[in-house]
Design a protein around this ligand. Sequence first.
Ligand SMILES: [Zn+2]
Ligand SMILES: [Zn+2]
Length: 391
Amino acid sequence: MPIHNRFADLHSEITGWRRHLHTIPELNFDLPKTAAFVEQRLREIGVDALETGVAQTGMVAVIKGKSDTSGRVIGLRADMDALPIHEIADVDYKSTHAGAMHACGHDGHTAMLLGAAKYLVETRNFDGTAVLFFQPAEEGGGGGKVMVDEGVMERYNVDEVYGLHNMPGGAAGSFAIRKGGLMAATDLVEIKITGKGGHGAMPHSAIDPNITAAHILLALQSITSRNVDPLQSAVLSICMMSNDSAAFNVIPQTVNLCGTVRTLSPEVRDLVEARLIKLVSSTADAFECAVEINYERGYPVTVNHDAQTDFAVDVACAIAGVGNVDPDTAPMMAGEDFSYMLEARPGAYIFLGNGENGAMVHHPEYVFNDDIIPAGCSWLAGMVEARMPAA
Ligand SMILES: [Zn+2]
Ligand SMILES: [Zn+2]
């Protein structure tokens, strides 16, 4: 692959960018050093337009192809934020920010998208426009949603959008993807049950919220076992239970339950939420308790579009070989805010193997494998060339 050869030449420069970013991990939307570094590189590379201050510290770079008879626009996205983890990985470019670490490899994603930018500006071997999104706050802040809400898809007339994530456990430089739900929706539920406190020896004069909570807890188990299609996936875990009784002979006034709901399709997500609300409110009602339910939707399901997944697989196969691309990998119950971009535009999200050994992402010993940089850059740039072939 000619693309791959060029990235072999650029490999050490991009590795240097990645390792520099690794030394200055920053959190959420607060990425002043990271954003300044990315902006400097993009200006040196000579992108055709650059909008900074998108979603606070994010930015959008525009690269025009040799021609634009297609009128098409392909979006590529990298996340730039780190995690509040104290690094213990044995590397000589350690984090210099106490308590922060690039433990999810977003330094690698950012450096690879910068590498793709450099190649695309040099070659411009496509008919249309490439738009590069560098986003903050993937790890919980929903920076991808903020960029979408700020109108980047409309402002840049984006037709399709693509992104990647490194994945420890996968062979270095291999690819894995699936059509439909790749990563889970991550929702939070809080339930406050209020009865009437009283003496433990005189329950008939109280309304015991413990009994109501127990029935609710069991009733909720019927959602995954009786309502969700057995061939679909859902998790509903009530993880926290507390009440306001501090004595063996006092029936409490209130019980609080708190848990997480994980689902892999919008339909199952809607079903679980609706059944949860019905079961909790009607069970509480049956036992004459008042109930407040706070169901907070987190990141939506990361849903790959069918045709765009096929395009992503074709480009991955050209880079890594058919045997190193899994087009039907198992989904994960973790969440990802690229999901908001995939709700806004057709596109696909792909995993890039980080090597079979080594720590998982979000672990203090995690190390991004710099050997996978040429493959990742090739896929990003390759999506632009494949979806807008030179006229
Ligand atoms: Zn992460
Ligand atoms: Zn990540």
